[in-house]
Design a protein around this ligand. Structure first.
Ligand code: UDP
Ligand code: MG
Length: 324
């Protein structure tokens, strides 16, 4: 198989059929074979019925991996990569925000440039509110300062990998999967391709501001331990400052008999120190909680059903029957 398309779907009943049809028309006259791997990430609408219908009726190679519940897009990507058989593997959303024509371009780039292992689509200009853009810019600046790996601003999950890179990504078995970090962490040579995002075909985005905030924290905690060091630095700074203040107070009292005003200073200091301690405890807690979950080694996703109508699978079934 030349190309595998990995398509995570969560409540995409209005999109999956059009997606499959659009892929079919886009690749109609391409000379290579491809498969579409839909991951039904515990959708609560009719997505699974639609996928079943597509697998039955379509002449394309279709696989459907259906999860037992919603595990999140990151788990969907992992499952898709695991079931992929293509020499090239492309992650693409089901909502048609990423035009399938770009996939063709990605294949051409990898064909023509053996020195690149992946093609990463990035947004030149974001089509979203200025507040969200500001938050995202700040996040990228912060994480690039404190993390060892590089996060490229605007780089999306819309990417195509060569098989060797897919295998490396699959070797990373962590439960908390911040894909953008994992893709950078494994290294390899990336080609950055600018692209324009389309409007969502149907349905709504699954990303609320709160979800994005949690995702940002995830990225930081997964790929840098600098915040933990922050606790040490705050501790050292506060200790030094209090030592200086102690000397000032003692000198004032002993040599100048100045009455030290008490209440306001004490209350302020207690609150300040209490706040800092809670902040540091919280940071430690974030790391500890993740360590706790990771040690349980729970599966990244659980499959409820797999449908495989790819020609390879059907041929294998046929030859099994004929042997009997
Ligand atoms: N998605 C998923 N599981 C989730 C959330 C989203 O598989 O828990 C899929 C979704 O169906 C879509 C892709 O991930 O194909 C991107 O999601 P969405 O369009 O909501 O994100 P946006 O494009 O707004 O960043
Ligand atoms: Mg989308």
């Amino acid at each position: 198989m030349k190309l595998s398309l990995v398509v995570p779907c969560y409540n995409e009943e209005g999109n999956v059929k059009l997606f499959a049809d659009t892929i079919e028309t886009t690749f109609k006259d391409s000379s290579y074979n491809y498969e579409i791997i839909f991951i039904n990430d515990g959708s609560k609408d009719g997505t699974m019925d639609k996928l079943r219908q597509i697998a039955e009726e379509s002449s394309q190679n279709i696989k459907v991996i259906s999860f037992s519940r919603n595990f999140g897009k990151e788990s969907g990507i992992f499952a898709g990569l695991k079931h992929s058989t293509g020499a090239y593997v492309c992650i693409i959303d089901a909502d048609l925000q990423q035009k399938p024509e770009y996939v063709k371009t990605m294949v051409e780039i990898l064909d023509e440039h053996p020195e690149y292992d992946s093609v990463v689509a990035y947004q030149d200009h974001r089509k979203e509110g200025s507040f969200l853009t500001f938050c995202k810019n700040t996040f990228y600046k912060l994480i690039n300062k404190i993390s060892e790996i590089e996060f490229v601003q605007g780089a999306s999950d819309f990417r195509m990998f060569r098989r060797n890179m897919v295998d490396s990504i699959l070797e990373m078995q962590e439960y908390y999967r911040f894909s953008k970090g994992i893709f950078s962490w494994v290294g390899f040579n990336n080609y950055y391709m600018p692209y324009d995002v389309e409007l969502r075909n149907s349905g709504v985005t699954k990303w609320s501001f709160w979800k994005l905030f949690k995702y940002a924290i995830e990225g930081i905690v997964s790929f840098t331990t600098v915040p933990l060091r922050l606790a040490t630095i705050i501790g050292i700074l506060v200790s030094l400052m209090s030592l200086v203040y102690l000397i000032i107070v003692v000198v004032q009292k002993l040599f100048f008999s100045i009455a030290i005003p008490g209440y306001a200073t004490i209350v302020t200091l207690i609150l300040l120190l209490g706040g800092m301690q809670l902040l540091c405890l919280g940071i430690i807690g974030e790391y500890l909680a993740r360590t706790y979950v990771e040690t349980k080694k729970r599966p990244i996703y659980i499959t409820r059903e797999i449908i495989d109508n790819t020609k390879e699978n059907l041929n294998a079934k046929k030859s099994k029957k004929s042997i009997r």
